[in-house]
Structure formats: structure tokens, C-alpha cells
Design a protein around this ligand. Structure first.
Ligand SMILES: [Zn+2]
Length: 235
């Protein structure tokens, strides 16, 4: 059942030892909503309805109500609430908040506060998150590109990002186009700088030869140490 747009008031409601989040609306009737990340179930009723009427509605639909509560047991299977993600080497825990009003991501202390519409699937939640990561990564690439190109003395026509499984970056030499792995967002910024320099170096030397390594030694003397960090899987 879908919720209506306008909510006038929100309050807690408890019945038969179960906690609900009650939304008061200008629309007729009672509605049973979704399970929230904190384990409460959302309910909706019209401002002219009474708590007594609401209890009656719950009684009549109690089986259905319990089914929604049951979803909480496998909450982790349908939201990314509580999951950890790394941004620039720092760990953040997702605090997922269902909201019809806004869709945005806020980073506060060690929390990734993520407002998302109630019907968003787990896969969509992760997609939205990674689109946000892409913005952060692109911003960082832009701030590093001039320095990296000056160091390597070569220029790439285009820098692009995508999720990749086996490589941190690739360089299309003919098109002078460099792809960087979206997962670089998880590692500290030195790792990004290293991969950018590595891919730029391919514009000077196609293969991973001694000549290639000599360039890297010149461009980033500690590249071997930084490279090791990229071999550590962030959990
Ligand atoms: Zn390479």
C-alpha cells in the first residue's frame, strides 16, 4: 500500500507491545506502511481518526501487521542500514532513514546518513550511494589532475570512472582516455594519486617494464608502499 504525500504530524504509537511510527495525514482511512530501519512499523491515519479506531484497524489486520514486523528479522537483506563503507580510508556506518521528502547523503562523524524513499530496493540504495561516491571521486580527480600531469609531463584527454573488478585503472593509449575504478573512493587519497600517475605513465611506456618502473620511481618515489595499501581489501 502506498503512502500519501502530506504528513501533518508524526508520533510514536504502541499496541500489543509493538512500536509504530504514526503519521497523521489529511487523507481518509488507515494505512499500514513499511518496516523502518529501527524496527518500528509505519502507520498512517487521518487527523479526524482516533487511537481507538486505529487499534481496531490493527486488530482487524493483525496478521498482516505481524508479517511486516517479521521483515525486521532479515532487515539486512533488504536495506544497507548498518553496513560499513570506506571513504578515503575512513570507515562509515550507514544510518538509513526512509523519507518521502528527500533523497540525500550526509557524512557526519563516522556515520553516513542516507535518506531514501521507502520503496527503494537494496540494489537501488547501493546504486544511489555509489553515484554519490562517484561525485566525490571525480571532485578529487579534478583537484589532482593538474599536478599529476605536470609531474608526468603528459596529458590525458579524458578521465572517467567506473566500477571494475580486477584493475584499479586502465589507460586507452590511442584515445588518451583513462578509466579509474570507483572503488578507489575507499582508499586514502595517496592511492588515487598513485593510480592516476600509473595510468599517465602508460602514455609514456605501454607495458610494465623496467622503464615504466623508472618513471614511477621518479614521479612518486614511495609508489611501492602506496601500492601495497591497494592490495589490502577494505572490510
Ligand atoms: Zn598498468
Amino acid at each position: 500500500m502506498s503512502f500519501k504525500k502530506i504528513v501533518w504530524k508524526v508520533r510514536n504509537f504502541t499496541y500489543k507491545d509493538r512500536d509504530f511510527l504514526l503519521r497523521i495525514t489529511p487523507y481518509d482511512g488507515f494505512r499500514l506502511g513499511e518496516i523502518l530501519p529501527d524496527g518500528r512499523v509505519a502507520l498512517e491515519m487521518c487527523f479526524s481518526d482516533t487511537d481507538e479506531g486505529l487499534r481496531q484497524f490493527l486488530d482487524e489486520n493483525w496478521e498482516e501487521v505481524l508479517k511486516v514486523f517479521d521483515l525486521y528479522k532479515d532487515k539486512k537483506n533488504y536495506t544497507i542500514h548498518g553496513r560499513n563503507y570506506y571513504i578515503w580510508g575512513k570507515k562509515y556506518k550507514v544510518n538509513l532513514i526512509f523519507s518521502n521528502l528527500k533523497k540525500y547523503i550526509e557524512i557526519k562523524n563516522d556515520e553516513l546518513i542516507f535518506y531514501v524513499k521507502p520503496k527503494t530496493s537494496k540494489q537501488e540504495q547501493e546504486n544511489i550511494l555509489f553515484e554519490h561516491f562517484r561525485v566525490l571521486l571525480k571532485r578529487e580527480i579534478e583537484s589532482l589532475v593538474a599536478e599529476c600531469e605536470a609531474v608526468a609531463g603528459v596529458h590525458a584527454k579524458e578521465w572517467r570512472t567506473k566500477k571494475m573488478r580486477t584493475v584499479w585503472g586502465t589507460c586507452c593509449i590511442r584515445a588518451k582516455r583513462i578509466w579509474l575504478n570507483l572503488h578507489l573512493i575507499s582508499y586514502n587519497k595517496e592511492c588515487l594519486r598513485y593510480v592516476m600517475l600509473h595510468e599517465l605513465t602508460h602514455l609514456l611506456e605501454k607495458n610494465h617494464t623496467k622503464v615504466f618502473d623508472a618513471y614511477m620511481d621518479k614521479f612518486m618515489p614511495d609508489w611501492r608502499e602506496v601500492k601495497k595499501l591497494l592490495n589490502i581489501v577494505q572490510k
